[in-house]
Design a protein around this ligand. Structure first.
Ligand SMILES: Cc1cc2nc3c(=O)[nH]c(=O)nc-3n(C[C@H](O)[C@H](O)[C@H](O)COP(=O)(O)OP(=O)(O)OC[C@H]3O[C@@H](n4cnc5c(N)ncnc54)[C@H](O)[C@@H]3O)c2cc1C
Length: 588
């Protein structure tokens, strides 16, 4: 019988976020704050230096936006610098960067030109990542070596006209040929980044199989030559932002895909897609974070020199608040993508929910900041002569692709509820047959008693931050209690209760980010020998962020029981039914 009330299996694929839903703080996954190895530090410094000096002369984000395409020099330079092979293993001609270095460089590319980051990310984070993770040796030799040099550009083809978020509903098919040499691929994919530049595609399609004598369809991944007979492409999409990123439709008409180009087993396609996207999301988080800095760099310079009422606008507190909130959010977002990158590099932990937390938080932060930067710039913020309106347009996509933020919130909540849910199911069964299940019930009751009497504690937070961490421990305790009550009252219906899922996910995101900020600040304080004045910036930013995050999380948990859900649902359904948002004004 376990003494602690938590439900996460600490030995099997531990997850920080899943554990907090059970009231446990897995500090070992988040502390100490990762110290990049000397090799990573040197690699990052060298790559960033080279990239920055090249980009300063070559990359013109405004021109890319205006022309709707990259200059030839930009694409050639990315390949010559070796950036197109940055996270491809060395044995296939790549640089073999760790997640830490890759995401740091991703951030720099994103801050320089978000469209270029999509080109870079669609190629490596998702385009050829499936081959790196799941390819056979032959596939890796054949494709990765060319992807690493930029000779082949890769794209990831999952979305279809009828299946976006619900990827499993895809209609593309791959039928095995009678002679068993190839598959015949039919279907269409939309919104494919890098389409116009791509030579190799990772395509997901359904393969017919027989299960227990019944015909079924199983999602399977394939490597497809973008120039094979039967593959055609639409015109570039006219998009709001990231305009130089070439986005198009692909149509596959009786395309012969050799059996040796199947990626992984039949039926493993969906899992492969999820694995690819899990780590890919971290790049978007690092890119959004670095982008936030860059947007505010412009706004800060402007706020210092623009004067109104006889003083710089930066001296007004309404402007200062925007900088302070963005700074605290950015500090936490940076801490989170770094802690999560270290998890990816270390292995041995389930980081799927943490990468989702990072992506949601950072993408929403970047969007808020883009609007705040525009607001600080006043009228010129709205002018095409200045970069602010492009910031707003470019930042927006991150909340939509690689899993919309709604879908990722549902993923966080439902995945994290699984363990408490299963445990309660066992308890439910045990109560039906109490005599035989006395051990389980005893354990459960003991667990409840422990939970009611004690709350989790932070033991690795620096002593100077203990008081700041306290409300966070309280809210984790409240979250676990709230989750249990929710599961008891909602049962399986929780799958339909997205008002609650959103609250749970929001609380989890804030808690994860706050703990990462505490970890980062703890390391800073330790590095300063506990002298707060030497790292005043770290301490202030952490205190600001942790207090705000705990407040938001507390509100979210409280709303599990005190809310207006029924009324919200009624209002939304009335609007959907009538296709009219609310009653007309009484003026006709
Ligand atoms: C510029 C750009 C580049 C892209 N690049 C690629 C690429 O390279 N490869 C690729 O395969 N795809 C790509 N996509 C597609 C992208 O991943 C999808 O647009 C995204 O997954 C959403 O799918 P959808 O557009 O069909 O929206 P839908 O799934 O129809 O969703 C519409 C809205 O409903 C919400 N929603 C849907 N289901 C639920 C639910 N169960 N609960 C709550 N809310 C829900 C969504 O969050 C969203 O707000 C790209 C898209 C864009 C715009």
């Amino acid at each position: 019988m376990s003494k602690t009330p938590h439900l996460a299996d600490p030995d099997k694929n531990p997850s920080f976020t899943k554990a907090i839903f059970s009231g446990e703080i897995r500090e070992d996954l988040v502390f100490p704050f990762p110290v990049p190895s000397d090799a990573d530090r040197e690699a990052a410094a060298a790559i960033l230096d080279t990239f920055r000096s090249w980009a300063a002369d070559t990359v013109d984000a405004r021109k890319h936006d205006h022309d709707g395409k990259f200059t030839d020099e930009t694409r050639a330079g990315m390949a010559e610098l070796g950036l197109m092979g940055l996270n491809i293993p060395e044995e296939y001609g790549g640089f073999g960067a760790s997640a830490m270095v890759f995401n740091r460089v991703f951030g720099e590319v994103g801050a320089t030109d978000p469209a270029l980051a999509v080109y870079f990310g669609a190629h490596q984070s998702i385009g050829c990542k499936g081959i790196t993770l799941f390819g056979t040796e032959e596939q890796k030799q054949k494709y990765l070596t060319k992807c690493a040099t930029g000779e082949l550009i890769a794209a990831f083809c999952l979305t279809e006209p009828g299946s976006g978020s619900d990827a499993q509903a895809m209609r593309s098919t791959a039928i095995p040929s009678v002679d068993g040499t190839h598959y015949v691929l039919n279907g269409s994919k939309i919104w494919i980044s890098n389409a116009g530049y791509a030579g190799v595609l990772t395509v997901f399609a359904k393969v017919p199989v027989e299960v227990d004598g019944k015909p079924k369809q199983r999602v399977t991944a394939f490597i497809v030559d973008a120039h094979a007979s039967g593959v055609s492409m639409g015109q570039p999409e006219q998009k709001m932002g990231i305009k130089a990123s070439d986005t198009r439709t692909f149509t596959f008409e009786n395309v012969k895909v050799p059996v040796e180009d199947r990626l992984g087993d039949v039926g493993h396609g969906f899992k492969i897609a999820l694995e690819i996207l899990n780590s890919g999301r971290l790049g978007l988080a690092a890119g959004s974070s670095r982008g936030t800095r860059e947007m505010m760099r412009h706004a800060l310079e402007y706020a210092k020199q623009r004067e109104q009422f006889g003083r710089p606008i930066g001296s007004f507190e309404m402007i200062q608040r925007k900088f302070a909130v963005a700074a605290a959010d950015c500090y936490a977002a940076d801490a989170a993508w770094m802690v999560t990158s270290a998890m990816v590099d270390r292995g041995g932990a389930d980081f799927s929910l943490e990468t989702a937390c990072c992506k949601i938080f950072a993408s929403e932060m970047a969007n808020r900041v883009a609007h705040d930067a525009m607001q600080i710039a006043g009228g010129i913020g709205y002018s095409k002569e200045y970069p602010y309106e492009q910031f707003v347009r470019d930042a927006r996509i991150n909340m939509i692709f690689e899993g919309t933020n709604e879908i990722l919130r549902a993923l966080i909540a439902l995945s994290a509820l699984q363990q408490p849910g299963e445990r309660l199911k066992e308890i439910g069964r045990a109560f039906k047959d109490p005599l035989r299940s006395i051990g389980a019930i005893g354990g459960y009751i003991a667990g409840r008693a422990v939970r009611q009497l004690t709350k989790p504690e932070f033991t690795r937070v620096h002593a100077l931050l203990r008081d700041d961490a306290e409300p966070l421990a309280d809210v984790i305790h409240a979250l676990a209690t709230g989750v249990e009550a929710l599961l008891m009252s909602e049962g399986k219906q929780i799958i339909e209760r997205q008002f609650h899922q959103e609250r749970l996910a929001n609380a989890a995101i804030d808690i994860y980010l706050a703990v990462c900020a505490l970890s980062r600040c703890t390391a800073a304080l330790e590095g300063a020998g506990g002298d707060e004045t030497k790292v005043a910036s770290d301490v202030d930013l952490t205190r600001l962020f942790v207090a705000a995050a705990a407040r938001r999380a507390r509100r979210a948990v409280r709303a599990l029981t005190r809310n207006q859900d029924a009324r919200q649902k009624a209002v939304a359904e009335r609007a959907l039914e009538s296709a009219q948002l609310c009653p007309e004004v009484p003026l006709g």
